[in-house]
Ligand binder design. Sequence first.
Ligand code: PLP
Length: 422
Amino acid sequence: MSLKTRCQPFARYVQSAKNAGYYPYFRPLSRSWGTEVEVDGRRLIMIGSNDYLGLSHEPRVMEAAAKALRRWGTGAGGSRFLCGNLVLHEVLEERLAAFVNKKKAVVHVTGFSTNLGAIACLLTPQDVILCDRENHASIFEGCQASRARLIPFAHNDVEAAAKKLASIREKKSQSLILLITEGVFSMSGDMSPLPELIRLKEEYPDLLIYLDDAHGLGVMGPGGRGTVAHFDLTSQVDFIMGTFSKALASVGGFIAADDEDVLEYLRHNSRPLIFSAALPASNAATVLGCLDILEQEPERVERLWDITRRVHAGYQEIGLITGDSKTPIIPIHIGDDLKAATFARDLFEAGVFALPAIFPAVPRGQAVIRTAYMSTHEERQIEFVLETLDRLAKKHRIRATDLAGREPFLTKDQFSSQSLRV
Ligand SMILES: Cc1ncc(COP(=O)(O)O)c(C=O)c1O
């Protein structure tokens, strides 16, 4: 089969969705004000961004980035291993480690490459990885690259994880076992049952726990210090991974731990760290600026939670189905793929920007509109969004009363593990 024959059906499918007017992805934003964006000359309210604290447009953060750009230039000029390791990277590692209360941290150029590089270099084919099925694609890529035995467990199902753990220990008494989960899941907005997962260590003290807190950092816990701080379990989690691409308003990622030898090994063996150019100075300075603001103004996190509670209540009043979300990520269950795409198109026409997750990102018949809120959303914007959703939910018949008797929404283990995640 030629490459063209392989790709053409997909390209035709995309083109037909574009022709029919309901292809929603890769929309070019011509401007952004954070909570509002300009597309095709129209200004829309953004309810899909991961910039949870709105810091990407905070003047002090922008100034810190601009200053670093003037001092260090636009690119680092090489890998951190060779010529691109800036003082800023090291300062940032210290600040991040202190922020999440771990001894050390290692910064990578993206969150994706942090997971990929760390998991791939720490695990070997003799080891076993227990992985929540809803974990991010970068985690699964890391697992695959490590060639460790990958054992997925049903989403947030501690009992399933415990059973699998017992059976691994029975068969492979010497293997290193790493359990990987996320603090806040990126699509469903639900939280990991971290205390219960950690309790597995009582029976299996050598179990290692790796928490991807991409969506928990800046959102969960006192002052946004993350999901482990929220549960006050920092010392029990062996690895905390975070990204700069969400609440920290930039790109990049890090992994933090208390074992300095392990992190030294990782620093010299994570392939994306050694073989990718370093994070540009302006991005590192952005994150430092965000950490300053988080430390000085924890009320920004509180405001995010006020808005989150307000929107959850508003969705409930409208009758929307939102699964187990208790966070600023709130999926709206639609069901049918085409209906979700049409709903998103109507939202767009009405002046609200949010995207659908359809098959294969979610199982067939389980399409959602992923909405996410920011601490900088204003009351007038929230009111407008809720009024619009109310009107469109009636029009498209997606309220709980409309969907009664249909398949339940997002039952455990329904998302496919290798799906698209944001
Ligand atoms: C849970 C999770 N982990 C990792 C990543 C990758 O992070 P980044 O966008 O910084 O590469 C993402 C973001 O898409 C994510 O949602």
